[in-house]
Write a protein that binds this ligand. Structure first.
Ligand SMILES: [Zn+2]
Length: 395
């Protein structure tokens, strides 16, 4: 087919054929073709001006004819001429095509402005494709293009934060990470062996009383402390060992301002050769200064725990009165904080460690107690009631 065969009235028909079919192989004839198209565009615009520039539908029809995504002249040139063109002509076609597109866009825009037609097409309703996934979209989403006002404030989404107890536990673990400790975990539902026996707490010890412990059956309890993980870890790992165990513990306490049947502990354990009580004191002094602030002083008082020997209670200087004496520290200037001690050598045979070779220390602290002191919380129940007015204060 030769271009001469085409009806001269509408050159846009030619874009439905390839250049090969049109018999066009050189630049001059190509340029002529594009100049005919440019003329046709002018004619269309002139016709529109005469017959209905004020009617948006007519302008839209013209836009679709030239710039439509599926069958528009520009699109067809791209598909039919450009793609199959020889490498020599491709560059030329690309340039001419761009110029024609820009001209068409410009002309249409001029008419729109002159007639006060909105710059955007009618709202587009996007109907979602059939949903086969497990969720569904309730309504078709309507996008009104051009309705976006970027000066409006955005929608603020409510973002949750870590619970205050989780945050305190993270603070504690961070400090011990810096000392080379790693985190271990164990089950909340624990055997009597790991919870009591292996920790040197014999059958007749008051801690094993029904009054103090949730028994699931005679051999299974909700762990009364995270110390049970100490034995599990020592069975698994050989010294040197430096671990902390953050987690929940359970006791049959009646809820009040300082007691809860479920609470959180962080247990610590270090076992190596040549570990002394001085290491224990240095470690806890470092930790408490890092957690509460460098001005805090520590005090160790002799105490008793079944699984440490010797054992100690650790006090810190009162945070509220600077150790001068107040209601909170009961005028003593000191606040009782946690228990600790050297691992009782009687425990080592349970885990097949050589008692003559290794020594170690252990400590345990209540997360709620530390959180209450650091953040001035008066009632332990507040941690578990889920009241957002309370939780929001710890953003
Ligand atoms: Zn005080």
């Amino acid at each position: 087919m030769d271009s001469a065969d085409l009806p001269p009235s509408d050159i846009t028909e030619a874009v439905q054929h390839t250049l090969e079919e049109l018999g066009i192989h050189d630049t001059p004839r190509l340029q002529e073709l594009f100049s005919q198209l440019a003329n046709q565009l002018q004619k269309d615009m002139a016709q529109l001006a005469e017959t209905g520039a004020g009617e948006p539908e007519k302008l839209e029809a013209l836009r679709v004819r030239w710039l439509g995504r599926k069958q528009g002249v520009i699109r067809s040139i791209n598909d039919n001429w450009l793609r199959s063109a020889s490498p020599e002509l491709k560059r030329e076609i690309g340039q001419l095509l761009n110029a024609l597109r820009e001209e068409a866009e410009r002309q249409i825009l001029v008419v729109k402005r002159a007639e006060g037609i909105p710059m955007t097409p009618a709202p587009v309703t996007v109907t979602p494709a059939p949903v086969t996934a497990r969720w569904s979209i309730p309504e078709p989403t309507v996008f009104v293009t051009g309705a976006l006002d970027i000066t409006l404030p955005g929608t603020r989404r409510a973002v949750g934060v870590r619970h205050i107890l989780r945050r305190v536990m993270d603070e504690i673990t961070e400090i011990f990470f810096s000392l080379g400790y790693s985190v271990e975990e164990g089950p909340d539902i624990e055997s009597v062996y790991y919870n009591f026996e292996a920790l040197n707490i014999p059958e007749d010890h008051p801690a094993r009383d029904d009054q103090d412990t949730f028994y699931i059956d005679s051999r299974t309890v909700l762990r009364t402390h995270t110390s049970s993980v100490q034995i599990r870890t020592m069975e698994k790992l050989q010294p040197p060992l430096r671990i902390i165990v953050p987690g929940k513990a359970y006791r049959r306490d009646t809820p009040d301002a300082t007691h809860s049947p479920m609470f959180h502990q962080v247990e610590g354990l270090a076992v190596d050769t040549h570990i002394t009580f001085a290491d224990l004191k240095g470690t806890l002094d470092y930790f408490l200064k890092a957690f509460f602030g460098p001005e805090v002083r520590t005090r160790f008082r002799p105490s008793f725990f079944p699984f440490t020997e010797p054992s100690a209670e650790v006090d810190i200087s009162c945070l509220f009165c600077g150790a001068r004496g107040c209601r909170i520290c009961k005028q003593s200037g000191w606040i009782e904080l946690m228990g600790c001690g050297m691992v009782d050598p009687a425990l080592y045979p349970h885990v097949h460690y050589e008692a003559s070779r290794y020594s170690g220390f252990a400590f345990g602290m209540g997360v709620e107690r530390l959180a209450m002191l650091k953040y001035g919380v008066q009632d332990i129940q507040l941690f578990f009631q889920g009241d957002v007015r309370f939780l929001r204060q710890f953003r």
